[in-house]
Design a protein around this ligand. Structure first.
Ligand code: ARG
Length: 462
């Protein structure tokens, strides 16, 4: 067909079966604008090297602008005979400017260095979108934390009551984890934006005196690839961002799982907003946390994309192999998934209504203040080993009587240990317990308020 980039050494055209297998326009067309930007930059490099007259270069830029408008308008589209976005756009360019000028653009470049560059450009842009969406979720968590400063909930380990914590402290724990993914994206960007592979050619570089740094600058990179084999064959920039997407998905799924639990009758910690929850087609009373369930499910998909990519890359010999065409769909999917998931998830979090009374009522239950007894005894000079034993004896006594720790009488305390004077009651409230954990990073209200400020200033700098 007209869009073939090769054929000189072949007698017959490719079989339809091969074409069907080989074709990638259905997923790489989304790179069309980046391909055109790369062609503008490449035309400049050809012009600067004296391989195009000024008129030829101008004509190429004009033709590329026409294509760009057509792509934006949806009127310029790949043909079934086009193998990939690069071939399609070259065919269309030649249709626009004619074969004499249009046929000059391919000199000194290969689809191998093109795709390695364009894919970076695409991911650099979308990494910013995803980072912004992650920051929106961090903001929503911080907003809920701020709105509920002082509210106490049961803190859990092993899903069992452990120690009371502030709801804000718990929500901010999720926010910090998400913020690290924003950091990871910024770190990834720093590496990728200094590494434009244009000029690497098929694998060995180019012989036409083109300046890869010129192309890099035109495409907003800060530098070009030092090794043309690495430039065309490496895809760690793909698997790395797929990892960040997978980690973000996993972090979101942990929030999701809690929302799902918290919204049950048994927990009763949150009510979902009507606009951010779903009903049942048969059970009229239902209000389901579908956003969180989809988030939990999509985490699996994000992990799968990363796993698939790494499996494709494993043991691939240098340099370019066609296997590498399989790198795009998984990471496009990861980016698409986060871009559709995050706005919904953020809306759900921002509109959650917390039942703080229910949380506060449960916070001291399940003997969650036993550690406070032990630490109070330590402050009274009792060795922790003994304090732990004494507090454990209090729990055993309460379990036998079917009561909570604060319901023990002074006499019962004294019988367990003479060190347990009535003053121990000062720590036998959830409020006393959280307030006492006032070291940096602890759950005391004063520390959590500081922590919120610290998070907010990190977000402002992100
Ligand atoms: N579409 C290919 C890819 O995504 C680039 C084409 C390279 N093809 C080739 N035969 N070298 O990797």
């Amino acid at each position: 067909g007209a869009g073939k980039l090769w054929g000189g050494r072949f007698e017959g055209g490719p079989s339809p079966e091969l074409e069907a297998l080989s074709r990638s326009t259905h997923f790489d067309w989304r790179l069309a604008h980046y391909d055109i930007a790369g062609s503008h930059a490449h035309a400049k490099a050809l012009g600067a090297a004296g391989l195009l007259t000024a008129a030829e270069e101008a004509e190429l830029h004009r033709g590329l602008d026409v294509l760009s408008d057509g792509v934006a308008a949806g009127t310029v589209l790949p043909d079934p005979s086009d193998e990939d976005v690069h071939g399609a756009l070259e065919r269309l360019l030649i249709e626009e400017v004619g074969p004499d000028v249009g046929g000059k653009l391919r000199a000194g470049r290969s689809r191998n260095d093109q795709i390695a560059t364009l894919f970076r450009c695409y991911l650099l842009d979308h990494s910013l979108t995803v980072a912004d969406l992650l920051l929106d979720l961090v903001d929503a968590l911080a907003g809920q934390a701020e709105a509920h400063l002082g509210a106490i909930m049961p803190g859990r380990t092993h899903l069992q009551h452990a120690q009371p914590v502030l709801l804000s402290h718990h929500l901010l724990a999720h926010a910090w984890a998400l913020l690290r993914n924003v950091d990871r994206l910024a770190d990834w960007r720093r590496r990728v934006e200094s590494d434009s592979p244009y000029g690497s050619g098929a694998l060995a570089g180019q012989s036409l005196g083109l300046d890869p740094e010129l192309v890099a600058r035109e495409l907003n990179f800060t530098g070009s690839t030092a090794n043309s084999i690495d430039g065309t064959a490496s895809r760690d920039f793909v698997s790395e961002i797929a990892f960040v997407a997978a980690q973000a998905g996993v972090d979101i799924s942990r929030i999701a799982e809690e929302v799902i639990l918290w919204a049950t009758k048994e927990f009763g910690f949150v009510t979902l907003h009507d606009s951010w929850s779903t009903g049942s087609s048969i059970m009229p009373q239902k209000k389901n946390p579908d956003i969180s369930e989809l988030a939990r499910g999509k985490a699996g998909r994000l992990v799968g994309n990363l796993t698939g990519l790494l499996t494709t890359l494993k043991a691939l010999p240098l340099a370019y192999n066609r296997d590498l065409q399989e790198d795009k769909e998984p990471v496009f999917d990861s980016v698409d998934t986060l871009e559709v998931l995050l706005p919904a998830f953020t809306g759900q979090i921002a509109t959650l209504v917390f039942n703080t009374e229910r949380m506060a009522e449960l916070a001291p239950q399940g003997f969650s203040l036993a550690t406070d007894i032990a630490e109070w005894l330590v402050r009274e000079g009792v060795p922790f080993r003994i304090a732990h034993e004494v507090a454990g004896a209090c729990v055993r006594e309460c379990e036998g009587l079917g009561i909570e720790l604060h319901e023990l009488t002074d006499e019962q305390f004294a019988a367990i240990s003479p060190a347990l004077t009535p003053a121990v009651r000062s720590v036998l409230t959830a409020e006393g317990s959280v307030s006492s954990r006032d070291g940096r990073g602890g759950t005391a209200p004063v520390r959590v308020a500081e922590q919120l400020q610290e998070l907010r200033s990190r977000v402002a700098g992100a």
